[in-house]
Ligand binder design. Structure first.
Ligand SMILES: [Zn+2]
Ligand SMILES: [Zn+2]
Length: 344
């Protein structure tokens, strides 16, 4: 086994470099993974553009799939050779107030993959065992990768939403997250509305499982939702506070607008719109590892999959640039020489 491995690291904001790094042993509670595939996510800009305080250089990537090749001390429940995934949340501590209360997502000592420690734009990564997700045999590593962040984020938000089968659920934005959210919503038994700008997305939205399509450039999306009876849930996958505000009145009484699209804009909602109808605005942050397992299993069972474009790890910078330019349809996935990207 080679004593070094290839990694794509960011040396300072906006600057990628391909480097060989020395192979290190996993520490206590950690595993070492031979990465086969890693998705390129918009949140990688947290690293690449230095939106978080970063200890440079840093390897981005939080949609990594690979096989465990070494276990650190004290790791239980995982085996060498097992295929696993690492998402945005790098693993809970197990001892903080939130962990002890069962809220692993909001663990106070949670590190973010590719931000606080090196991520999956590499042939090898070290990960905390408490953050691992298991990968079903019938999903390829490349197909599984985007489900670890884009998939988990939308699946978790919809699964924990107050909607029941048959309720009207809207997905705003048909991009990397939204194209998965529409599929999940359909398979969860909701009446699904897709909302995007322009008429071009209508056909794709229907193909993904949407029962209705609203072109928000041509019609008032809130009025269009009310014409359908009002949404119990609107899942906001596009970034921008304005999109939340523009659809908020489309909620039926008791409905909730759940934001998973990160953006700097404030969300402007009037108090009467909140109070009369008792509507809510909420945020949702990916999900815990067990929900990660469920996301992958549910995806394999129902055939939900991300539309992906795979590129070799070495082309990470170009893949990142394409994603940031909004030209990815819909998820870029880096693949390494470790895997052929096929199911086991
Ligand atoms: Zn992500
Ligand atoms: Zn904790």
């Amino acid at each position: 086994m080679s004593a070094t491995y290839k990694a794509i690291q960011v040396t300072k904001p906006g600057e990628f470099a391909t480097v060989m790094k020395p192979l290190v042993d996993p520490g206590p509670g950690q595993v070492r993974i031979r990465v086969e595939a890693c998705g390129v996510c918009h949140s990688d800009s947290g690293t690449v553009d230095g939106l978080f305080p970063i200890d440079w250089p840093r390897v981005p990537g939080h949609e990594a799939v690979g096989r465990i090749d070494a276990l650190g001390s004290g790791v239980q429940g995982w085996t060498v050779g097992q295929r696993v995934g690492v998402g945005f949340l790098g693993g809970s501590c197990g001892y903080c107030e939130f962990c002890r209360n069962g809220d692993l997502v909001n663990c106070k000592n949670q590190e973010y993959s590719g931000i606080h420690h090196d991520g999956g734009y590499a042939e090898v990564m070290i990960a905390k065992a408490s953050g691992l997700v298991s990968i079903p045999d019938d999903l390829s590593s490349a197909d599984a990768a985007p489900l670890l962040c884009a998939g988990l984020t939308t699946f978790n938000a919809l699964r924990n939403a107050p909607a029941k089968a048959g309720d009207l659920v809207a997905v705003l934005g048909i991009g990397g997250l939204g194209h998965l959210a529409v599929q999940y919503a359909r398979h969860m038994g909701f009446e699904v509305v897709a909302i995007a700008r322009g008429s071009k997305t209508a056909e794709l939205a229907k193909k993904l499982g949407a029962h209705h399509y609203i072109d928000s450039a041509a019609t008032d999306p809130a009025a269009a939702l009310q014409a359908l009876g009002g949404a119990k849930v609107i899942l906001i996958t596009a970034s921008g506070g304005k999109t939340v505000a523009a659809t908020f009145k489309g909620l039926r009484p008791g409905g909730v607008s759940i934001d998973v699209g990160v953006g700097p804009e404030p969300i402007e909602v009037t108090s009467p719109d909140l109070i009369f109808g008792e509507r809510k605005v909420a945020g949702s942050l990916t999900g815990n590892p067990a929900t990660g397992d469920a996301t992958l299993r549910f995806s394999a069972l129902t055939g939900v999959s991300a539309m992906i474009e795979t590129v070799p790890l070495e082309e990470a910078a170009a893949a990142y640039a394409k994603m940031m330019a909004g030209k990815a349809r819909f998820r870029m996935v880096l693949v390494t020489k470790n895997g052929n990207g096929q199911p086991k």
